[in-house]
Design a protein around this ligand. Structure first.
Ligand code: ZN
Length: 341
């Protein structure tokens, strides 16, 4: 199916504005969509391109014509998508784009250039793109996407109509996920854990999407009673993960510990992992705020060390030893509190 506006979750204001521009024939020649990854910028860019190329001043692609079919298949000669080649968008790519932009539309309607991750343009490439934006060929429309506008040249930003896509409020996103069939507790958890990013929330809801989270919670549960071997066995298990899986595990581990901290502080309404609130309440009994702070610090330090290419196995073992010490101390204090009451 060609991308339609209804495929975009949330962002009602931005969508309404884009549709009005389409309906009135006032789409600016350069647009910049900013916002975190997985929030819907690309979907909006595709829906806009499909509607423009479908033609006749429609505010939405019909989904049935030849143009719509070509957009859907990624074969439309008037819809050119530029993605970063490795870590950056390079000058050669912009030169090729410049050459393409000089051509008249094949189907006589418009030419749409989608520059994904414009914040990865090299300085040279950015300056080259700026020249095109300053004198855009007739009938061409440029859509730039970027995580944030601050990595872009101010001169590029000033040429573009800015659309800021913000993370959805947890309640709004949870409602949208539930409307798509997710069970309420899981939708709430995914909405909160994703930080309001739709694609991330959907990935968490997919089968196995919460596996790393469940492993992180199981580790936290094992810490207070785990024997001396725990750091070595768990360290070895973490060492086997791919870098992005390990990063996801550490993120979930932080979020579980953070949930225990808000429970320990009497603010259970702030729990992210809503679907396992009862389990977390049980775990929180073994901890207190200072020990959770220490545990969170250990996870953060491990994350930083790994970003700096530290040895994975040794870093994870050191983190696990710190976590275990904090958990055991927390349990001792909790026991003492119970005994004195
Ligand atoms: Zn169409």
């Amino acid at each position: 199916m060609v991308t339609r506006w209804e495929d975009i979750a949330g962002h009602d204001g931005q969508v309404a504005m884009l549709r009005t521009m389409l309906a009135t024939g006032r789409v600016p020649h350069a647009l910049l969509f900013t916002g975190p990854a997985g929030i819907g910028k690309m979907l909006a860019a595709r829906a806009l391109a499909a509607a423009l190329l479908c033609g006749d001043g429609r505010d939405e692609a019909c989904g049935a014509c030849q143009s719509c079919r070509m957009v859907e298949q990624g074969t439309h000669p008037d819809f050119i998508v530029l993605t970063a080649d490795g870590a950056s968008l390079k000058i050669d790519q912009i030169r090729a784009l410049q050459h393409e932009a000089a051509l008249a539309p094949y189907y006589g309607v418009a030419r749409v250039f989608l520059v994904e991750d414009a914040d990865r343009l090299t300085t040279q490439a950015a300056n080259s793109l700026l020249k095109i934006l300053e004198e855009p060929p007739a009938g061409t429309i440029f859509v730039l996407t970027a995580v944030s506008q601050y990595a872009l040249l101010p001169t590029i930003i000033s040429r573009c109509r800015l659309f800021a896509f913000r993370p959805l409020a947890p309640d709004v996103l949870a409602g949208l996920l539930a409307a798509r069939g997710a069970p309420a507790a899981a939708a709430e958890a995914a909405a909160r854990l994703s930080g309001g990013r739709v694609a991330e929330a959907l990935a968490l809801l997919a089968e196995g999407g919460l596996a790393r989270r469940d492993e992180a919670a199981a580790l936290v549960a094992a810490l207070p009673t785990g024997g001396a071997a725990l750091a070595w066995t768990q360290g070895a298990a973490l060492d086997k993960l791919e870098a992005d899986e390990l990063a996801a595990f550490l993120r979930h581990l932080s979020q579980v510990l953070r949930d225990l901290l808000v429970i320990a502080s009497g603010r259970e309404e702030l729990v992210l992992n809503r679907d396992m609130a009862a389990t977390l309440r049980g775990l929180a009994a073994h901890w207190d705020a200072p020990r959770l702070d220490a545990a969170l610090r250990a996870v953060r330090e491990a994350g930083r060390a790994l970003e700096g290419n530290a040895n994975t196995r040794l870093t994870c073992e050191a983190m696990l030893i710190h976590l275990q010490e904090a958990a055991k101390e927390g349990t001792r204090r909790a026991d003492r509190r119970r005994n004195t009451v």
